[in-house]
Design a protein around this ligand. Structure first.
Ligand code: G3P
Ligand code: MG
Length: 235
């Protein structure tokens, strides 16, 4: 079972910042997850929330701000004063950093309403342009099927993960339609039988966000392929 750093390694450094990805690599993780959304002027950037308040010195919806303004914000002080120099990174910065650090990536596409296709297309165009042929391709995931459809059109050969809190009733049909290779599910609602059924259908199960090593051990027994965690505990 693989341990995927959640938002970099969000328990030990401010989420989705360069420090978070460097911390994941420093703890020996091989893969990280991060969230991709668009600025007002269409720049793909790595940020979780719809709004800036919780994790930056800014305020208001990310989608209302131009990239130049977002890039100047302090994205680390909220976590600890030592991280005051951390900024919101662009997707390009994060992809280049992960390549430099040798981290495999899961790009979660997190669109604002109405920008599902645009967000996925911008992220995929950028990633396709800089990702080396020889490197393991990014896993693209989203809660939004329109994002995965756009990802499939842009990069049919890159793996896709169908992301949901609870296993959808028509999970197999959705996965087949999107040509997804994995289900990314909230572990709080996951059941052993669901993992077995997914595996029998040829789908890997990755589950978020698992910060309890005892829970991680049980999920491993169930046959989960990977957990997303905020911490580098052994899995
Ligand atoms: O991609 C797994 C997980 O990150 C989904 O939830 O809200 O942390 O992006 P969230
Ligand atoms: Mg995420």
């Amino acid at each position: 079972m693989i341990l995927i750093g959640h938002r970099g390694l969000a328990g030990l450094a401010p989420e989705n910042t360069p420090a978070s990805f460097r911390t994941a690599a420093a703890h020996g993780l091989s893969m990280v997850e991060f969230d991709v959304r668009l600025s007002r002027d269409g720049v793909p950037l790595v940020f979780h929330d719809d709004t800036l308040e919780r994790t930056t010195t800014g305020a208001g919806p990310v989608a209302d701000h131009h990239w130049a303004a977002i890039a100047g914000l302090d994205a680390g002080s909220w976590f600890a004063p030592a991280f005051a120099a951390e900024k919101v990174p662009s997707l390009e910065q994060v992809l280049r950093l992960c390549l430099e650090l040798g981290l495999a990536v899961n790009m979660e596409i997190k669109p604002d309403p109405g920008r599902e296709t645009a967000t996925a297309e911008a992220a995929l165009a950028l990633a396709l342009g800089l990702w080396p042929d020889g490197a393991p391709p990014p896993v693209v995931s989203s809660f939004h099927s329109a994002c995965l459809e756009a990802a499939r059109r842009a990069a049919p050969h890159w793996p896709r993960g169908l992301l949901a809190e609870r296993l959808p009733a028509d999970w197999l049909g959705q996965a087949r339609r999107l040509d997804a290779s994995a289900l990314h599910l909230d572990h709080r609602f996951l059941e052993a039988g669901q993992v077995a059924n997914a595996r029998a259908a040829g789908l890997a199960v990755r589950t978020y966000t698992v910060n309890d090593p005892v829970r991680a051990a049980l999920l491993r027994e169930w046959g989960v392929a990977a957990i997303f965690s905020d911490y580098p505990h052994s899995s």
